[in-house]
Design a protein around this ligand. Structure first.
Ligand code: NAD
Length: 487
């Protein structure tokens, strides 16, 4: 980490409608995972910056125009922000690629879809209604949802702008104010978004961004006495830690955490279709998605045939420059994660899993600098192995065999996680029975990795608490007040 590099552009934080330097005066490098070279210096925020941002958000909530605005006026601002994201989609996608190495085409597609969250929740902002209760006392009793106040959103590096928007759009539509903390590796799009927030005309303090490391600036946001809600997306270990910190002050939390999702292929499935789904499920985003279908369960009768097809399809995948439209698998987002993924390849080998393909940095000059790992498939995995139980968060697939639906369910549910599952079969009764029995927040049948702003998303078990998206998504950011009026 460098504290100062005059050659690189510096990225300041955005607090109370102003671009501010960190109290520490320090900056750290953000690195392009394709070149492994730093491309900007990011403000290293700490407790004083967290305090400044939360207080600004609190003032904006209590004293600023935001709190007094009619929801339809807030909706206009949120909608305008969505429009500005749409207009700046290419620039935002470029920045995402520079920071996290995701494919440019994939990020352009993703960023163009993000405004839908802002439009959807802007549409809900003036439709949050209360209820008059049939009361058994001589009183009028009604209840109405109210915003919580200052919401803190902490997100990881794999899809920075998307994951931040899943929180920002409903939180703002519910009338709250926000402090966002992007991951230290990928702060740039959140800051670019603040230029758009300014252009949209949000009052100062409604949305703030602090940057830096989890312990240094993330924890002070979570423990700040004026913070009322913590929305966290990230690893289960960090989520559990923040949950315990928030519990001390009885703060509301929403946690979107890790996964080890099973992708279950029955012997009657359209195998070619399933191959495409399984490959997209694990190698899309270079395996760096919480919903990665990292455990492949194949019915015994088609196991060998399916694995052969899968290997043939995967071998054709072009790994390389994320900005090249021909590339199908880009680099891992940062060095630490790159080393972690290769570490899991060693662990799997030591555990006795058979390496079918991949398992190392690809050959050739294009992948020589960046944090590349070949798409990797292990067979002969059993559910006791670490490679089947722990989240790798990289392009590593573990293949297991099952005989019947009962065994598939038993293996699938034998996990501390419960984020998602895929089922591939032509038998719709079987598919629906499987969807009943699988312990997962999302079940995809003959498809994988679909998400939408309309459909609740979240985890069972250690994959999280609460739901994002849809009408359920906005309820996370509201609390109910009951009013009694004597009659
Ligand atoms: P991480 O938990 O290390 O970090 C996530 C964020 O938390 C970062 O902004 C980081 O700075 C911050 N953080 C870390 N320690 C903190 C602390 N003590 N206090 C406050 N903030 C702290 O996760 P990661 O490795 O960056 O991201 C990958 C993880 O995210 C995977 O486990 C993945 O499954 C999960 N994820 C979940 C979803 C979902 O919706 N369920 C989506 C994407 C990623």
């Amino acid at each position: 980490m460098t504290s100062h590099s005059p050659a690189l552009r510096t990225l300041d934080m955005y607090i109370d409608g102003q671009w501010v330097k960190p109290a520490s005066g320090q900056y750290f490098e953000t690195v392009d995972p394709f070149t492994a070279q730093p491309w900007a210096m990011v403000a290293r925020g700490g407790a004083p910056d967290a305090d400044r941002a939360v207080r600004a958000a609190y003032r904006a909530f209590k004293e600023g125009p935001w709190g007094k605005m009619h929801p339809s006026e807030r909706a206009k601002l949120i909608h305008r922000l969505g429009t500005l994201i749409e207009e700046n989609a290419d620039a935002l996608a470029e920045i995402e690629v520079r920071d996290n190495g995701r494919l440019l085409a994939e990020m352009q597609h993703q960023v163009r879809y993000i405004p839908k969250w802002y439009y959807y929740y802007a549409g809900l902002a003036d439709k949050i209604e209360g209820v008059v209760h049939p009361c058994d006392k001589p009183a009028l009793s009604y209840s109405r949802p109210e915003p919580l106040g200052v919401c803190v959103a902490i997100v990881p590096w794999n899809a920075p702008l998307l994951l931040l928007s899943l929180k920002a759009a409903p939180a703002l539509a519910a009338g709250n104010t926000l402090v966002l903390k992007p991951a230290e590796h990928t702060s740039a799009t959140a800051l670019k978004l603040m230029e758009l927030v300014e252009a949209a005309g949000f009052p100062p303090g409604v949305i703030n961004v602090v940057t830096g490391f989890g312990k240094e600036v993330g924890e002070p946001l979570v423990t700040h006495p004026l913070t009322r809600h913590v929305g966290f997306t990230g690893s289960t270990a960090t989520g559990a830690h923040l949950y315990s910190l928030a519990a001390k002050d009885v703060k509301r939390v929403s946690l979107e955490l890790g996964g080890k999702s099973p992708n279950i292929v029955f012997d009657d499935a359209d195998l070619d279709n399933a191959v495409r789904g399984v490959v997209g499920g694990i190698f899309g985003a270079t395996g760096q998605t919480c919903i990665a279908g990292s455990r492949l369960l194949v019915q015994r009768r088609v196991h060998d045939q399916f694995v052969e097809k899968l290997a043939a399809f995967t071998r054709k995948a072009r790994v390389g420059d994320p900005r090249d439209v021909r590339t199908q698998v880009g680099p891992i987002a940062n060095k630490m994660q790159f080393e972690k993924v290769l570490g899991y390849v060693d662990i799997a080998r030591q555990e006795g899993a058979e390496l079918l393909i991949g398992g190392k940095r690809p050959d050739g000059a294009e992948c020589a600098q960046g944090f590349f790992v070949e798409p990797t498939i292990f067979t002969g995995v059993n559910n006791k192995m670490r490679i089947a139980r722990e989240e790798v968060f990289g392009p590593v697939l573990s293949t297991l065999v099952f005989d019947d639906a009962d065994e598939a369910v038993a293996i699938a549910n034998d996990s501390e996680f419960g984020l998602a599952a895929g089922v591939w079969t032509r038998d719709m009764k079987l598919a629906l029975r499987m969807s009943d029995r699988l312990e997962a927040g999302s079940v995809w049948i003959n498809t994988y990795r679909d998400i939408s702003y309309t459909t609740p998303f979240g985890g069972y078990k250690k994959s999280g608490i609460g739901r994002e998206n849809g009408v359920e998504g906005i309820r996370e950011y509201l609390q109910t007040k009951a009013v009694w009026l004597s009659t």
